[in-house]
Design a protein around this ligand. Structure first.
Ligand SMILES: NC(=O)c1ccc[n+]([C@@H]2O[C@H](COP(=O)([O-])OP(=O)(O)OC[C@H]3O[C@@H](n4cnc5c(N)ncnc54)[C@H](OP(=O)(O)O)[C@@H]3O)[C@@H](O)[C@H]2O)c1
Length: 297
């Protein structure tokens, strides 16, 4: 899949998406350098330079990020350091070494009041510190190095790690009654589906004679839309947990960071350019829970 002797470097390899990316790419011929935050802190310029100079890298897949959305409200420097400054440094190195860079951003950069699936060219209006830092990271990449795929995704979950699915499974087994926000619309996205699409994108680009039409920013999520409340109900139904769910609103929940009321992503560009389409979020959730059951995770 890649030039012989080259590696795909995955940063943030111990995160929920990083793990899925490593296992999706591992099934291919390309060797993967899976660097957790301990192995490579992307905010340490010397360590980053060393990682790129010690091995031949053919692709960078940056899964490292400051991802604590509420925590970022009181941690502006840390969020900007990881999500923008370090990302800019990675983009500079990739430019200097001619390495294509895949990077992930968030549906939270939109928050523009529109209530139909959002396309890449729709207005941006990040309101939380997290979203501001993610958009800053996007902008730095776009200004630095054209061989990039910036993939805006939403509501990620995996069978392991810190995410809404696992929080609901834990709370659902402890409580019979839960209040869940019902006035934010989005699309839960299974990291295995996202990782498999990333693998396809790399393969499509590598197999293409002219790569120039592929670089850019894409929205990518499982298909369909839901609210956190309806998502939780689907989790409890599929996991056979008897939980009484009560809808509540964002204002009552009182989270530290503002979140968009609507952030469903149109995947039309992904489909037009790469011919890729992710399955519906409910089918993906069912599959994840089956895999979780099988793995005992
Ligand atoms: N989670 C979502 O719902 C969601 C939605 C939209 C977009 N995204 C984006 O998707 C990407 C992957 O998110 P995720 O859900 O996989 O998050 P995650 O599970 O929190 O993983 C992020 C990983 O980045 C690592 N990391 C943090 N700071 C680092 C640094 N300075 N150097 C190296 N590694 C560092 C973390 O390591 P430690 O744990 O050791 O700190 C963690 O393993 C991120 O870009 C995120 O912004 C996520």
């Amino acid at each position: 899949m890649t030039d012989s002797g080259g590696y795909i470097l995955v940063t943030g390899a111990n995160g929920q998406l990083g793990k899925a990316i490593c296992s999706a790419l591992d099934t291919e011929m390309a060797p993967v350098l899976a660097y957790s935050s301990k192995k490579l802190d992307i905010t340490n310029p010397d360590a980053v330079e060393k990682a790129f100079s010690s091995k031949k890298i053919n692709w960078l897949v940056n899964c490292a990020a400051y991802t604590n959305v509420d925590g970022a409200e009181n941690a502006f420097p840390a969020a900007m350091e990881a999500n923008a400054v370090a990302v800019g440094h990675l983009a500079l190195i990739c430019r200097d070494l001619d390495i294509p860079m895949i990077h992930f951003s968030s549906d939270y950069v939109y928050d523009n009041g529109l209530t139909r699936p959002l396309s890449e060219s729709d207005p941006l209006n990040p309101r939380s510190i997290y979203a501001i830092s993610k958009l800053a990271g996007e902008d730095i990449i776009r200004e630095t190095w054209h061989k990039h795929l910036i993939l805006r995704t939403s509501w990620l979950y995996s069978h392991e790690g810190h995410n809404f699915l696992n929080t609901m499974l834990r709370l659902g087994s402890e409580n019979k009654h839960l209040k869940i926000v019902d006035d934010q619309l989005g699309a839960p996205t299974y990291v295995a589906d996202l990782a498999s699409a990333v693998r396809s994108m790399i393969r499509i680009i590598e197999d293409s004679g002219d790569q120039s039409g592929f670089w850019g920013t894409y929205n990518i999520s499982n298909a369909g839309e839901t609210t956190w409340y309806a998502y939780a109900r689907a989790i409890f139904e599929f996991a056979s947990l008897d939980v009484d769910c009560e809808p509540t609103d964002t204002a009552s929940f009182n989270a530290a960071a503002p979140r968009p009321a609507y952030s469903v992503l149109s995947n039309q560009k992904l489909n037009d350019v790469f011919g890729l389409k992710l399955q519906n979020w409910k089918a993906a959730l069912k599959k994840c829970l089956q895999e979780k059951g099988n793995s005992g995770g």
